[in-house]
Design a protein around this ligand. Structure first.
Ligand code: NDP
Length: 292
């Protein structure tokens, strides 16, 4: 039996639709238009595509999109001055600084300069601490998207064994925190983990966030497990560039109970969650009830 395919594209469209309804209600009821500012420094081609997509989807949801494209040689001081202006701007409810930043800028200093209430990526130490201690936080978009798909597919997650492969600050660590908050028994694996295949085989929920094409093999997957593939890797195959995940999809699909495809799985959910976080930030800024 092959796995159920978790359709992130369709789910994300649903989430974006709900956000658009929430935005329309906020505008009609309180005269507030949520605004998202996206800051891009430099010419990284992948980042340019992400920023373009974020801007287009922000506008489609009825929100205001403020794009700030800065030259590669922008100083850290100038970038911090822009963040300070955005923090003070009442039309801006969410601020996102596209990563990676050029090497001469200290990313942590820039991220932590963002007002935590406008930190729709959930990367400031304040939001990281709130999430880790079970308080109301802005939750990073990619792991939030993964959690929504897991809840939608599995319902109750309590007591399940969850293995997250990858411990980055933007995906692996917050994913582990979210699953812990759902009462999963969480293992956070990384490049020094011993016998990773055996660790993965214990997982009822397996989240792969490594950045290595098709590293997780089919026989690492427990029969019936739910597999969430965060990886986005460009590979050359048959003379064409293709996107593949961190999981060997064809092999895992034959064993898993459910699996997210790449593309069309986690990716679309990330931007949908960014829009949802921006709406939430706008509601919180005005002391209004948050969308469910
Ligand atoms: P990072 O490079 O920051 O982290 C990768 C993690 O994988 C590290 O913790 C590293 O361990 C671990 N790792 C590397 N090699 C191995 C190995 N052989 N065995 C076990 N663990 C290993 O990556 P990100 O978290 O930023 O991204 C991960 C993937 O997710 C990438 O493909 C990225 O493109 C994708 N991504 C997708 C998003 C989406 O919207 N769908 C959003 C963000 C990322 P260690 O810490 O020990 O070095």
């Amino acid at each position: 039996m092959s796995a159920a395919i978790i359709d992130g594209k369709a789910f994300a469209a649903r989430v974006r639709g709900e956000v658009a309804e929430g935005v329309a209600r906020l505008r009609a009821g309180a005269g507030i238009t949520p605004g998202l500012a996206v800051v891009l420094v430099g010419e990284d081609p992948a980042s340019q595509v992400y920023v373009r997509n974020k801007g287009a989807q922000t506008r489609e949801a009825g929100m205001a999109s403020f794009e700030h494209r800065l030259a590669d040689d922008t100083t850290e001081a100038d970038l911090l001055a822009l963040i300070a202006r955005l923090n003070a701007d009442p039309a801006v409810h969410g601020i996102l600084v596209q990563l990676p930043l050029p090497a001469h800028i200290e990313a942590d200093a820039v991220i932590n300069a963002i007002d935590p209430a406008k930190d729709v990526d959930g990367f400031t130490i304040s939001n990281v601490g709130l999430l880790a201690t079970g308080q109301k936080a802005m939750v990073p978009c990619t792991p939030l998207g993964c959690l929504l798909m897991l809840r939608d597919h599995l319902g109750e997650l309590s007591g399940l064994n969850a293995v997250v492969v990858g411990r980055s600050n933007i995906v692996g660590k917050p994913m582990a925190q979210l699953l812990l908050a759902e009462n999963c028994t969480v293992t956070l694996a990384h490049s020094r983990t011993r016998d990773l295949p055996e660790v993965c085989r214990r997982a009822d929920i397996l989240v792969a966030a490594v950045g290595r094409p098709e590293m997780i093999r089919g026989d690492w997957v427990k029969p019936g497990a739910t597999v969430i593939d965060v990886g986005i890797n460009r590979v050359e195959r048959d003379g064409r560039t293709r996107l593949v995940g961190d999981v060997d999809y064809a092999a895992a699909e034959a064993v898993a109970g459910a699996i997210t495809p790449v593309p069309g799985g986690v990716g679309p959910m990330t931007i949908a969650c960014l829009l949802a976080n921006t709406l939430t930030a706008a509601c919180r800024a005005h002391g209004l009830p948050e969308p469910a």
